[in-house]
Design a protein around this ligand. Structure first.
Ligand code: SF4
Ligand code: SF4
Length: 149
């Protein structure tokens, strides 16, 4: 019963497709390899990043450490390099508290292979297949009814 309620809440109320499972191992990787995406895509030039700093305090913590084919790579300056812990853990921004959210997939991101979290699909393949079949059957029925006229 609890499982069903949880599933209903996640899929119908929160409109989620994945459950976040696991726990943080404190490796600090997600604070080191950061791409920043905004309305016009992933930030590729530092001049485009400058304006974002006024939009959210999270951006003020970031420092460019490199660039690849995706865009600029940032590292958060609040990460303690020796302990891999966040120096402002208690007051860290919401985006860090909620990490990882499934939205990162939609933005072209991915979890690090060693991350202690996993995002697991809420609906199994079988359930999705059944739903597609039902929709298909419904359409076929309507087509049949319509063609009888
Ligand atoms: S504020 Fe803390 S948790 Fe957030 S990215 Fe920086 S170091 Fe990581
Ligand atoms: S990459 Fe995953 S395990 Fe490592 S600090 Fe980030 S959330 Fe935690």
């Amino acid at each position: 019963m609890f499982k069903k309620l949880k599933k209903f809440y996640y899929t119908k109320i929160l409109h989620k497709k994945y459950y976040r499972v696991g726990a943080c191992k404190g490796c600090g990787r997600c604070c080191k390899q950061i791409y920043v995406k905004h309305a016009r895509g992933v930030i590729k030039e530092e001049k485009d990043f400058e304006n974002l700093k006024y939009q959210h305090r999270f951006y003020t913590y970031l420092k460019v450490t490199g660039k690849d084919e995706i865009g600029l790579i940032f590292e958060c300056q609040n990460l303690d390099k020796e302990t891999h812990k966040c120096k402002i853990h208690k007051t860290r921004p919401g985006i860090c508290r909620r990490y990882p959210q499934e939205e990162i997939f939609g933005m072209g991101g991915a979890l690090s292979q060693d991350c202690g979290y996993k995002l697991e699909p809420i609906e199994t393949f079988g359930e999705i297949f059944d739903q597609v079949q039902k929709e298909k059957n419904k359409k076929t029925l309507w087509q049949k009814l319509f063609s009888k006229k």
